[in-house]
Design a protein around this ligand. Structure first.
Ligand code: ADP
Length: 447
């Protein structure tokens, strides 16, 4: 097992990884920017190293600083968390070139899935169904017109290097194609330094269903069922459930069999998530995330597993030690993402948390690095906590989440708690009757 793990991240996920390490008896090294000197992930770590100024580019994305921190502290493995360097193949390669273990997949698989065109091509070759669209990159507006005439409208122009919902534009009809194509390319160039785009049919009422997988280095691949992440605003997830209210156990098993067979053929290792759009009983692959995801706790609650512990064991060369038949799905879990944002305008609300009270009780879990007196810095993502509930049935989980949200007190800054409270009172949500477009209409008062 590893002697010491450096956690190349901040906030709730740094704390989440630290907790798994501590339970495994592995010391941790926290890294932090000058803005995070007082952060909980630093306070609770065995050791910490300041890696630069507030701007992420100079700290949490600063590969040289992070590798130096690992070297001076004697860490022998790095966990990247999510965001920041977690999906950077060059980083994974450099970590390994320095003789450290990267707790994640190979650099080659990270690069393959980071290019969505390459990811789709690979998955199609492995028998995974795709959203209909262009056959690879669409290099000119003329090509875009040709693809459009074949797949029809509405369609979506998407950045090959896309992430976080950026570089994605809808064209409702031929008149909107030029704008969508040009804007998507420009946005992709600005955000990712890569303006390659592709085209997909724009599905009008799909659910976002994703499958959690784990693969060891000895050829074993299992899945831990699905998460329904259809509740999104601007293509960003807001609330997630496991399992999906729209999926039967038979549909889950079918998807699981397709996905695990594909990843076995690919020789994938460690944790990964395949994202699908699900409409009219059909699954269509959109992308794969080669890292731990924000919403992983709902899977952990339902399957009774510690995914971070498994990632660490796998990276150390251990065998999974269990098969698909050993994985059981127990009850229902829901996660509410609590952001430091105005619940109506969604403007970030950095500032000091004057008072803080976390809910508790049966089936309630909080993953958060927040504390009374904590100052939410303006430099990073606005996620300040995740409230996860687990209960025997979906309706009981909804009742529990309502109860827990009512106990949750964050004084001093606005948060998205009131938005979750509104969602949980909505009859369509309670019935599980929603698609990826539902929340956008809900927040603009259209449902
Ligand atoms: P990103 O990597 O930027 O998150 P994704 O490809 O994962 O981009 O898509 C993000 C979200 O955008 C999806 O969860 C879904 O809500 C929406 N989306 C993506 N592709 C399509 C499509 N072909 N039709 C309709 N919605 C889509």
């Amino acid at each position: 097992m590893f002697r010491k793990i450096l956690i190349a991240n901040r906030g709730e996920i740094a704390l989440r990884i630290q907790r798994a390490c501590r339970e495994m008896g592995i010391p941790t090294v926290a890294v932090h920017s000058t803005a995070d000197a007082e952060a909980m992930h630093v306070r609770l770590a065995d050791e910490s190293v300041c890696i630069g100024p507030p701007a992420a580019k100079e700290s949490y994305l600063n590969v040289a600083s992070i590798l130096s921190a690992a070297s001076i502290t004697g860490a022998d493995a790095i966990h990247p968390g999510y965001g920041f360097l977690s999906e950077n193949g060059d980083f994974a390669e450099m970590v390994e070139a320095h003789g450290l273990a990267f707790i994640g997949p190979t650099a080659a698989h990270i690069r393959m899935m980071g290019d969505k065109i390459a990811a789709k091509t690979a998955m199609a070759g492995l028998g995974v169904p795709l959203v209909p669209g262009s056959d690879g990159e669409v290099a000119t507006l003329e090509d875009a017109r040709e693809v459009a005439s074949r797949i029809g409208y509405p369609l979506l122009v998407k950045a090959a290097a896309g992430g976080g919902g950026r570089g994605m534009k809808v064209a409702e009809g031929p008149a909107g194609l030029e704008d969508a194509y040009t804007l998507a390319r420009a946005e992709a160039r600005a955000a990712f330094g890569n303006d390659a785009v592709y085209i997909e049919r724009y599905l009008d009422r799909p659910r976002h269903i994703e499958l959690q997988v784990l693969a060891d280095m000895h050829g074993a691949v299992v899945h831990f069922g699905e998460r329904d992440c259809s509740l999104q605003r601007r293509h960003q997830k807001v609330l997630e459930e496991a399992g999906s209210p729209a999926l039967t156990p038979a549909a889950r098993d079918r998807l699981g069999a397709t996905v695990t067979a594909a990843l076995r053929k690919l020789g994938y290792r460690n944790a990964g998530t395949l994202e699908f759009l699900y409409q009219d009983g059909h699954f269509a692959f959109i992308e794969m995330n080669t890292r731990l995801q924000v919403e992983h706790p709902v899977t952990e609650m339902v399957c009774g597993i510690d995914l971070v512990r498994e990632q660490i064991r796998i990276a150390a060369g251990a065998r999974l030690g269990y098969g698909q038949e050993d994985i059981r799905f127990n009850g229902h879990a829901i996660e509410a993402r609590i952001n430091a944002e105005d619940p109506e305008t969604f403007m970030p609300t950095p500032g000091r948390v004057q008072a803080f009270h976390a809910p508790g009780g049966l089936g309630v879990r909080i993953d958060s690095a927040m504390y009374a007196g904590y100052r939410v810095p303006p430099y990073y993502d606005s996620l300040i906590g995740k409230l996860i509930v687990h209960a025997p049935t979906r309706l009981e989980a909804i009742a529990r989440l309502r109860r827990a949200l009512a106990e949750f007190a964050v004084v001093g800054i606005k948060t998205t708690i009131p938005l979750h409270q509104r969602i949980l009172e909505d009859p369509a949500f309670i019935a599980g009757d929603y698609t990826i477009h539902w929340l956008e209409r809900f927040v603009s008062g259209g449902t």
